[in-house]
Design a protein around this ligand. Structure first.
Ligand code: AMP
Ligand code: ZN
Length: 462
């Protein structure tokens, strides 16, 4: 809001509460959307790995102009349609290793809360109903309107003096005007309407985040985020609704990552450069983790340009981190061991030579510098510090960035080795332990080790 650098701390001294505007579930999210979601995930992880607790709320927009329009085109009910795309969103988030928000409320599940908020706004004179049964927010009643997006004073005056109203969920900057809180039912809405004191209809898009952030974080909370396009009108409208209805401060700080571009251009359907995770994974060998690496490779205040060359560079970088992990683990005597759990990594006292990487991430979430320091730490670790502390510190920084390293490639065992392993497995099933041991010795002689796990056995070259 002030464009000043300030230290972020939970206002209650305990849990850092933040709200992130979630996806509109009418199709697959694109990698631009994921730049915003992944950076929010890194934001949360950096706080947690630094020892803070968080409460992360991210909504699902499952009713608006677009979800209704496209569900009808698909011949599906709104709930069926949005469930399908919500599930897809969750799968993509999991592939990108994003932590699940603590609370993920949806607009449709919070219609009564939204109606209550409109009632409060009408009662306090901030909202009025129109002849058709829609309800609008009167921006002239909130002098601070436009402060976050730094709207031009002239545009604001125009919006306040002209009796203009915006009924669409999304609109451009040149139409500063009273915006819709409740949309009267129209024939094209089909069955997608709810009863309200103003008649049948549905909430305007901007309202859901105000109602749900109030319910789950209260009238004042630590931070609110979304992509840079959400500053106006969405966040400006949220501030107006929340402050006028609830009286609190609303968000104490804001976080808006810049947009992702593709090959130097804005992503759009007409340019055919609107990539989903699925599109990218069609590139031979490409993985979601490489996409994540690219998405965090630039500072959030900078526009990031996605290219397939960038994706290939991410593959190299992840490969290097994987090889380095093996060396760090070996030095620490933790070879073949799984890294500590996320919770354990959040409680470390020291990150050894990797401490500067976490410090960089804590400086205005500088992910580019954090990655730079991670690689620098690898060079330093070769000659300095306690190997076990360094190994743990390395994993803590990976956890803060949300990077999962690919499993080192295990060469495929030749058929005679597999045949022996199968015989050993059969002997074990028959509880012929001596036989099983004999097959293990034979496997060892051929240069292979065999390890039993929950999903059967695993063969590795000795
Ligand atoms: P939507 O599903 O359209 O509501 O968008 C979900 C999130 O993605 C919002 O926070 C948007 O600001 C963000 N977003 C949309 N396009 C981009 C982009 N090209 N780069 C980064 N974030 C984006
Ligand atoms: Zn929102």
């Amino acid at each position: 809001m002030t464009r000043e650098m300030r230290e972020l701390q939970p206002a209650d001294g305990k849990v850092f509460g933040f709200y992130c505007c979630g996806p509109t579930v009418y199709g697959p999210a694109h990698i631009g959307n994921f730049r915003t979601f992944v950076l929010n995930d890194v934001f949360r992880r950096v706080m947690e790995v630094s020892g803070l607790r968080t409460r992360h709320v991210r909504n699902i927009t499952d009713v608006d102009d677009k979800t209704i329009r496209d569900s009808q085109a698909a011949g599906m009910s709104l709930s069926e349609f949005t469930r399908k795309w919500t599930e897809r969103f969750h799968r993509d988030c999991e592939a990108l290793n994003c932590l699940k928000p603590h609370i993920e409320p949806s607009a449709v599940e919070h219609i009564p809360e939204q109606i209550e908020m409109i009632e409060a706004l009408v009662e306090k004179g901030h909202a009025y109903s129109s002849d058709d049964g829609s309800v609008y927010f009167r921006i002239a009643s909130f002098p601070e309107y436009g402060k976050l997006a730094r709207l031009d004073q002239q545009e604001l005056e125009l919006g306040r003096t002209q009796d203009q109203r915006a009924n669409a969920d999304e609109y451009e900057k040149d139409s500063v005007s009273d915006f819709v809180l409740w949309k009267a039912r129209r024939p094209e809405d089909g069955e997608n309407y709810w009863e309200s004191p103003w008649g049948q209809g549905r909430p305007g898009w901007h309202l859901e985040c105000s109602a749900m952030s109030f319910k789950y974080l209260g009238e004042s909370f630590d931070l609110h985020s979304g992509g840079e396009d959400l500053k106006f009108p969405h966040h400006e409208n949220e501030i107006a609704q929340s402050r006028c209805a609830c009286g609190g401060h609303f968000a104490r700080a804001w976080f808006h990552p810049r947009f992702l571009m593709v090959d130097g251009e804005k992503m759009s359907k007409s340019l055919n450069n609107l990539h989903t995770l699925e599109d990218i994974e069609r590139d031979p060998g490409a993985t979601a983790m490489e996409v994540r690496y690219v998405l965090i490779s630039a500072h959030y205040r900078k526009q990031l340009n996605f290219t397939f060359d960038g994706l290939h560079a991410a593959r190299e970088a992840l490969g290097k981190l994987t090889r380095s992990e093996a060396l760090l683990a070996q030095a620490a005597g933790r070879e073949d061991e799984k890294p500590p759990s996320y919770r354990e990594l959040c409680r470390l006292e020291s990150l050894g030579v990797f401490a500067p990487a976490l410090t960089a991430l804590n400086e205005d979430l500088n992910t580019a510098e954090g990655l730079g320091q991670l690689f620098k730490g690898l060079r330093v670790a070769a000659v300095e510090g306690d190997p076990l502390v360094n190994w743990l510190g390395f994993h803590a920084v990976l956890a803060a960035l949300g990077l999962q390293l690919p499993e080192p490639e295990v060469p495929e065992a030749p058929s005679e080795v597999v045949a022996l392993a199968e015989k050993r497995q059969q002997a074990r099933i028959e509880k012929d332990w001596a036989g099983a041991d004999a097959f293990r010795d034979e496997l060892n002689k051929l240069g292979w080790s065999v390890k039993d796990g929950q999903n059967g056995y695993e063969l590795k070259p000795l």
